[in-house]
Write a protein that binds this ligand. Sequence first.
Ligand code: PMP
Length: 299
Amino acid sequence: MSEWIYMNGEFVSRDEAKVSVFDHGFLYGDGVFEGIRVYDGVVFRLRDHIKRLYDSAKSILLDIPMTPEEMEAAVVESVRRNGLRDAYIRLIVSRGVGDLGLDPRTCSRPQVIIIVSQIRLWPKELYEQGIRVITVPTRRNAPDALNPKIKSLNYLNNVLIKIEANLAGVAEALTLNQDGYVAEGSGDNIFIVRRGVLCTPPAYLGALEGITRQVVMELAQELGYTVKEEPFTRHDVYVADEVFLTGTAAEIIAVVEVDGRTIGSGVPGPITRRLTEAFRRRVRVDGTPVYPEAARQVS
Ligand code: PMP
């Protein structure tokens, strides 16, 4: 659990970590964020997360009041302060405190907050058995309205998709884009596997450019699989040999049923399992170490 929370250059206790009701992140979802994992004292792909944060901020004309290098150092220091080796980091940059009107020019200064905590999305059994999902009527935000490539604090579209999954009694939902092509899950990217070839929707169709998605594409290529970024429909998902979702919180989770159709033989497939093993090995080494190497070996 996070004891020390980074707020605008200072570490404060949980009780002191309070945000104004006039913050436009709270009033309008005006801001950007990242979710990052720490595995065995290594912040997984920290640089990629910081890059995406700054890209998202640039897109919404939010000027983060520190450099990417300073931000990286603040994240590492936040983990160290909390003395955690395995954690989930929530990095938030909101537009800051302003008037009640939505005009961002009334906001004096963006707020930078780093929370280091834990996350468990689904119970362990679901990772072994795979999950059931549905596709929901709520479409993913159109890229020309609010581009899903921007990891903004405005997650209402995703929340609505998740509510539809909850109402249907399934673990997660798939959402389509405006043209009916599969976009992603409420908080994760999707891959399908057919005859040994992996396919994930191109992000321009309406999906976040997931960092786990990127890592899985690299691992799959290293293992000799062909990986394609191509549009596909629900039909392609139904007839796939394997389906899985990827995300920082979700990691890699097999999907064994979609809209009542059993995927493959109804259990996590061999390629999904192979990639999961490769991913588990990779997360411990591919990132920014928080503690000195000597300290890592002692524990
Ligand atoms: N899509 C959405 C909508 C997300 O919120 C996330 C992150 N939770 C992802 C995909 C996966 O991205 P990443 O692998 O970078 O966590």
